[in-house]
Design a protein around this ligand. Structure first.
Ligand code: NAD
Ligand code: LMR
Length: 331
């Protein structure tokens, strides 16, 4: 039971699946230190693993306790989703298999999709009705769709998927090319699926006061820049022998922090179930330009779409409809 000293916020419950995995190992320390929910917001960490991961999870929990984070009020480790998601205010759905270098992310849907049926049902049964869910496990857009479809009592807008890593990669590429720190790059964002079809849209992006489209030509923006961002996951797997982990954890923190605390007027990329925005079929979990305020995600609805952007949006709709068809029995 939590005790609340005068002036101290009540602890929130944060569930993380796959907590003993590579992303989990980077993510837990960021959440525990206050980077995500604020440095005055205590947390209770509710960590889920599958039985073969429980011994590793015990070790992770020992290390978390040894880090003596003031904001961590309790740590629960379990292999039961209904324990992990109990009254959860925020959930990071990470636990699932990463691809190997010979696979596309969509190839994981058969192995990982079923995980999100049971976890969706458990979220429906026991999580806070206001829970905010980010799906990281791949293919993350379609896994978020599966989880949401199995959690009928929770509004589908509360289920999101992570394209922030792709946005951060786009920022990194522009910053490197312009030889400025990443903090100077604003309002580049991602349309569509966390897959090779994604569209990192530079048309509204700025480096300081300069427009990115004035600084760089279309040959780079629609060529090497786009390809590097869209295929960065594979490049990391080839170079590192393992899929991105620290950068993925950092992006998950960015996504949930902005949702929880607001994006301060900045445009950020989040995949969420379409309400028909930009002609994207209703229900598809699609990455849109968003602003966050007061715990809500608001899609930026009035951006002009040129021919290239429309082609890329259409390509992503097609890919996501195919993924949705492939998992129709899980929805
Ligand atoms: P990992 O193999 O290191 O860790 C995954 C962990 O999940 C393991 O400890 C495993 O035991 C656990 N697990 C498996 N099934 C589970 C289940 N049903 N419930 C709870 N836990 C379960 O993998 P990782 O590097 O941490 O990557 C995790 C996932 O995140 C992969 O699917 C990967 O492709 C994806 N990913 C997504 C992005 C993105 O931008 N959306 C970025 C990087 C990685
Ligand atoms: C990434 O983008 O790094 C992850 O989705 C891992 C992958 O399979 O590409």
């Amino acid at each position: 039971m939590q005790t609340t000293q005068e002036g101290e916020k009540a602890a929130i419950r944060v569930a993380i699946t796959g907590a003993a995995g590579n992303i989990g190992y980077a993510l837990l320390w960021r959440i525990a230190s206050g980077d995500c929910f604020g440095n005055n917001q205590p947390v209770i960490l509710q960590l889920l693993e599958i039985p073969p991961g429980m011994q590793r999870l015990d070790g992770v929990i020992m290390e978390l306790r040894d880090s003596a984070f003031p904001l961590v009020h309790d740590i629960i480790g379990t292999d039961d989703p209904e324990v992990a998601f109990s009254d959860a205010d925020a959930i990071f759905l990470v636990g699932s298999r990463p691809r190997t270098k010979d696979m596309d992310r969509a190839d994981l849907v058969a192995a990982n999709g079923p995980i999100f049926v049971g976890q969706g049902k458990a979220i429906d049964a026991v999580a806070s009705p206001n829970v905010k869910v980010i799906t990281v496990g791949n293919p993350c857009n379609t896994n978020a769709l599966i989880a949401s479809a199995n959690a009928a009592s929770i509004p589908s807008r509360q289920f999101t998927a992570m394209t922030r890593l792709d946005q951060n990669r786009a920022v990194g590429q522009i910053a490197e090319q312009a030889r400025v720190p990443a903090s100077k790059v604003e309002d580049v964002f991602i349309w569509g699926n966390h897959s090779n079809t994604m569209y990192p849209d530079p048309r509204f992006a700025r480096v300081g006061n300069e427009s990115v489209t004035d600084l760089f030509d279309n040959e780079w923006l629609q060529g090497a820049f786009l390809d590097t961002v869209a295929t960065r996951g594979k490049a990391i797997i080839v170079a590192r022998g393992a899929s991105s982990a620290a950068s993925a954890a950092s992006a998950a923190v960015d996504h949930m922090r902005d949702w929880w605390q607001g994006s301060n007027g900045r445009i950020v990329s989040m995949a969420l179930p379409s309400e028909g925005w930009y002609g994207v079929p209703e229900g598809l979990v699609f990455s849109f330009p968003c602003r966050c305020e007061g715990g809500e995600i608001n899609v930026v609805e009035d951006l002009p779409i040129d021919e290239f952007a429309q082609t890329k949006i259409d390509e992503n709709v097609k890919a996501l409809l195919e993924e949705r068809d492939a998992v129709s029995e899980l929805l």
